[in-house]
Every structure is written in C-alpha cells, then in structure tokens.
Design a protein around this ligand. Structure first.
Ligand SMILES: CCCCCCCC/C=C\CCCCCCCC(=O)N[C@@H](COP(=O)(O)O)[C@H](O)/C=C/CCCCCCCCCCCCC
Length: 296
C-alpha cells in the first residue's frame, strides 16, 4: 500500500511541473499577440564613437573611464575576437549595445537596447529547447517593439523618453488591464524587458563572483526570486523553476561566453553586468518619473 502511495507521489512530482509547463506553453502561445518582425536592424551606431567621449556623471567619471578603457580593450582584443569568431553568441556585441545605449544627453536609445537583447536571445537559443518558451517570450516582446520602431511613427520610438512622450500624448498607454485583442503599448512592452534586465544583471553578477563549484541553476533561481519573480504568476514561476533545473553547468555557460580562464570570466561577466546596470538604473528613473512602473 505504502509502495503504491509512493509511486503515486513520484508521478505527482513529475506530472504537476510537466502539466504546468505544458499549460504555460499553451497559454503563452494563445495569449501573446502575433506581431511580425519587419526589417530587423542589427548593430547601432559605432560604439567607439560613444566610448571616445567623456562620460557625463562627474562623480563616477573616473570609474567609468577605466571601465570604458577595459571594455574597448576587450572588444578590440584581437586574440579574443579570433578565438570566438564564428560563434553565434558574442558577448562583445552585448557590451557594445549596452555601452552605446545611453546617449550624450541621457536618452535611452531603443535600437541599441533591443540589439543587446537580440544577442542574449542567441545565448538562450544555444541552451536548448527547455528554454524555448523564455526565448520565444523575449522575441515576442522585441518584435512588438520593432514593429513600433519600423512603423509610421518610428521616429517617436528613437528613445525611451520620446516613446513615453509620444504614447502618453496620444493616449496609447493603458493604465488599466489590457484588452486581449489590443497590441500592447511600447511603454508596457519595454517595461517587461526592463524588469527582466534586472534579473539578467543580477544573474551575471552572481555568476561573476561564483566558483566552479556553484550550481548555475541555483544562482539563476536566486536572481530570479529576488527580481523578476515578483512580477510573474504562479504558473510562470513554476515553469521558470523547471527551466532552472535544466541549466547547464557553469563550465558550459562559460564556453558559450567564449571565455576560458577564470579571471577572464570574472571580468567579462562583471563588465557586462555593470554596463547593464547603468541602462537599467536610468530606465527605472524614467519609468518612475512617469508613474509607469506598474503598467498592467
Ligand atoms: C552567462 C550568462 C548569460 C546569460 C544570458 C541570458 C540570456 C537571457 C535571455 C532572456 C532572458 C529572459 C527574459 C524573459 C523576458 C520575460 C518578459 C516577461 O516577464 N514576460 C511575462 C509577462 O508578460 P505579459 O504577460 O505581461 O505580457 C510573461 O508572463 C512571462 C513569460 C515567461 C518568461 C519566463 C522568464 C523566466 C526568466 C528566467 C530566465 C532563465 C533563463 C536562464 C538562461 C541563462
């Protein structure tokens, strides 16, 4: 009798998360609006152009200058580039995108922001099918933004600030529950990516201070629970928990990153996290100033 009970328990343990995942995939496919990507653009403005200019914040000036020099060194490192040539995901592209994401006058440039995300999707895709629904969700959000950027009001979507102004001025932002058949606003869509960026930054940071003994799934789950999970439903959290179990070990993640030495890994991860946090903080301030941090 006890044996039967135990085997039920075992099935239950497998069945509940599996059913949750299937329901989530179904809900995601049915619920998300099908927005097609038109004229996706790669690579923003040349990054050297931005890096060669002095950064604006005098307090952090020195630190930023040092970091800028290190980032340029990394991106221009011929050996690194040679070794990593041909690899689908390139961390240098992520760095370039997020470094060039903030303009001289403190605007968040959306094309650059999205190109950083597109590169991360390549990383995600190389992890296999279990991560497919996360990759798909991210792609959907990027596609929505790309449609706005390529649309007739595309010029208004050049920066985060101009997008907010345009969508508020035209009553395009929904402060109440979004009707199912309505394409979400740019403000709402970018907010979802913005929240995920906090998770990403925290995960990269945790990974940068981790050792080869650490479990990447646990680090990822911790970063998720501290950040993005607060905005997700129970179903999504269960599906994410399943994905974390399938996270490859640290060594494999570093291979995708194309880093082979510990110091190199630590440097690449922390530099990327720092370049992301600057963008995150500024975006957060802009959303907060407009009372838009909780768009449904
Ligand atoms: C060496 C480390 C490099 C790390 C590279 C990681 C690459 C990351 C790429 C994508 C990250 C995930 C982005 C998720 C976007 C989520 C947007 C969102 O929150 N959507 C939810 C709300 O949307 P609406 O319904 O309001 O329109 C949606 O409900 C959620 C759907 C499922 C998303 C589940 C997210 C789980 C996040 C944890 C990702 C772990 C993957 C680890 C990969 C290393």
């Amino acid at each position: 009798m006890a044996g039967v009970g135990l085997s039920y328990l075992r099935y239950y343990k497998i069945f509940v998360p599996l059913a949750t995942l299937l329901v989530l995939i179904y809900v995601t496919c049915v619920r998300l609006p099908e927005v097609h990507l038109s004229a996706c653009t790669e690579n923003g403005r040349p990054c050297n152009e931005m890096w060669s200019k002095k950064e604006r914040d005098p307090e952090e000036g020195k630190d930023k200058e040092m970091m800028t020099a290190k980032v340029v060194a990394l991106v221009q490192n011929v050996e690194y580039t040679r070794q990593c040539e041909g690899m689908e995901f390139q961390i240098t592209r992520v760095l370039a995108a997020f470094r060039s994401c903030i303009s001289e006058d403190g605007q968040i440039l959306l094309k650059e922001y999205l190109s950083g995300w597109k590169e991360f999707i390549k990383f995600m895709d190389s992890l296999g099918m279990v991560f497919g629904f996360i990759s798909q969700e991210t792609t959907t959000k990027i596609n929505i933004m790309n449609v706005y950027l390529a649309g007739s009001s595309g010029a208004e979507y050049h920066t985060l600030q101009s997008m907010i102004k345009h969508e508020l001025d035209h009553g395009l932002v929904n402060f109440k529950e979004l009707p199912r058949d309505q394409v979400p606003s740019g403000c709402r869509t970018l907010l979802r990516l913005h929240r995920a960026l906090k998770w990403l930054e925290m995960f990269l940071y945790k990974l940068s201070i981790s050792t080869s003994q650490d479990n990447t799934g646990k680090l990822c789950a911790l970063a998720y629970e501290e950040t993005l999970a607060h905005h997700h439903s129970w179903f999504v959290r269960q599906a994410a928990a399943l994905a974390f179990l399938a996270m490859p070990p640290r060594r494999e993640l570093l291979q995708i990153l194309c880093v082979h030495k510990e110091e190199e890994a630590q440097f690449v991860l922390s530099t990327t996290a720092k370049s992301i946090i600057r963008v995150y903080d500024l975006t957060q301030r802009v959303y907060e100033a407009h009372g838009m941090l909780e768009l449904p």
